[in-house]
Ligand binder design. Structure first.
Ligand SMILES: Nc1ncnc2c1ncn2[C@@H]1O[C@H](COP(=O)(O)OP(=O)(O)O)[C@@H](O)[C@H]1O
Ligand SMILES: [Mg+2]
Ligand SMILES: [Zn+2]
Length: 421
């Protein structure tokens, strides 16, 4: 992609009112734009990251045996009445009537809808287990939308729902999702903390939250500065008085941001919506359910919270909007531009996503923007380099620069990106 033909509206200054680093950087790097409080558009760079994250999630969900579906946002209220959640979730539910007087809501989550679906198709133990997931927009009338896409009224969630014969099956489905979540977050470059949680309005028993340490988080975890342990905050926590389970040192309290949540639901939804099956013993039983959510759009913010420096975002390779950026320093110099284009095409021919900054801007502006948008590697092409056949390779994460002969640059990038040649 040529920068001049693309749409990357970077901002030099921090927009007023954006407190969280992730909020500031996602606006400054031209990832998202606010339409109204809690409602965001994704611009090309932001959408690229979103698509990359979704692709990681799809791979891991499919690998874990879940199948993708796409459920509606518009839900008839009657289904929500059957489970009683029209009441328990009324504070976040966006409700209205259509012209025919049908009572509808915009789905804040999809347990009801998926259970209604399963009830129509699954009738025998032979069809179980089933795990269905989707990546889709959720609507929640959040009283306080905060920190940009971290807490929005309209956001993207990956939600999966498992249906099993018995508790043993549920445990197995739950473990598969639990492990898939660990792989997903690792591939997104995150160092997560998993804590057992309260299952709240969802119903059910066991539940775990996947969190990252972040000052904007609304949850709390315990951390041990001495050995690096992190985990659930003890119920009787006291600063200085609680000991690390690993090294016995004093624990401190840290804020954490929830990015994923898994629940063993049991039969709450299958009972209310009559999702039953005939078991091997000839008895009719409710399906045993689990549900598994990842805040896909929040994940973008969580990654920025955890992976940035004073200059901008530091994307991990797997979810970076581009893998390599070629910086042509003097675009009016034919030799520089020729070499930059040659390298750009070389990268693309190897299947890499490359961005060529071909703007007629100062080198300073280009370096600043490159650091702001956080592409993992940059090849810098200048006059001297073009004359001597040497280019510079900058590593966004370590901030280090190495010089290479022009004809090695593409191979070196491939190697650094783990695509060895
Ligand atoms: N308002 C929101 N904006 C963005 N992401 C959200 C929002 N609410 C929830 N999420 C994401 O969806 C995931 C699953 O949602 P859930 O556990 O039902 O949310 P909550 O814990 O806020 O009730 C959360 O872990 C979080 O990452
Ligand atoms: Mg939650
Ligand atoms: Zn410790």
């Amino acid at each position: 992609m040529y920068w001049t033909k693309y749409f990357i509206p970077t901002l030099k200054e921090n927009p007023a009112g954006a407190e969280a680093v992730s909020h500031q950087l996602s606006l400054r790097a031209g990832l998202v734009n606010m339409l109204t409080a809690g409602v965001y558009s994704y611009l090309p760079l932001g959408l690229r990251v979103l698509n990359r994250i979704e692709s990681v999630i799809r791979q891991e969900m499919n690998e874990a045996g879940a199948h993708e579906v796409f459920l509606p946002c518009l839900h008839p209220i009657e289904i929500w009445e059957k489970t009683g959640r029209v009441e328990s979730m009324k504070d976040v539910m966006i409700r209205f009537e259509d012209q025919r007087g049908r009572r509808l809501c915009l789905g804040p989550t999809h347990e009801e809808i998926i259970t209604h679906l399963a009830q129509q198709y699954i009738h025998s133990y032979r069809q179980l287990p089933v795990n269905l997931y989707q990546i889709q927009t959720k609507f929640r009338d959040e009283l306080r939308p905060r920190f940009g896409i971290v807490r929005a009224a309209e956001f993207i969630m990956k939600d999966a729902y498992s249906f099993d014969r018995d508790e043993k099956g549920l445990k197995k489905s739950y473990d598969l999702m639990y492990q898939a979540y660990q792989r997903i977050f690792k591939r997104c470059g995150l160092d997560i903390v998993i804590v057992e949680a309260d299952s709240g309005a969802m119903g059910g028993s066991i539940s775990h939250e996947f969190m990252v340490e972040s000052p904007i988080g609304e949850d709390a975890i315990a951390a041990c500065p001495a050995c690096g342990y992190r985990g659930a905050l003890p119920t009787d926590f006291s600063e200085g008085g609680s000991a690390c389970p690993k090294c016995n040192g004093p624990l401190v309290k840290k804020s954490a941001l929830e990015i994923g949540h898994v629940f063993q639901l049991g039969t709450k939804y299958s009972n209310s919506l009559n999702a039953v099956f005939l078991d091997e013993d000839g008895k009719q039983k409710p399906m045993i359910m689990g549900c598994y959510g990842i805040g896909v759009s929040r994940l973008i913010a969580a990654v920025i919270e955890c992976l940035h420096d004073e200059k901008g975002i530091v994307w991990p390779v797997e979810i970076a909007p581009f893998q390599v950026e070629v910086l042509a320093l003097q675009v009016t110099d034919v030799a520089v531009m020729d070499l930059a284009e040659k390298l750009y095409n070389g990268l693309r021919n190897c299947g890499l996503d490359a961005l060529l900054d071909d703007r007629d801007e100062s080198a300073g502006r280009k370096f600043n923007d490159a650091e702001l948008i956080g592409i993992p590697y940059a090849i810098v092409v200048g006059k001297r380099g073009a004359a001597e056949g040497i280019v510079e390779l900058k590593d966004r994460r370590t901030n280090s620069t190495e010089k290479f002969p022009v004809n090695e640059a593409v191979d070196i990038c491939l190697k650094k990106l783990g695509r060895g040649v």
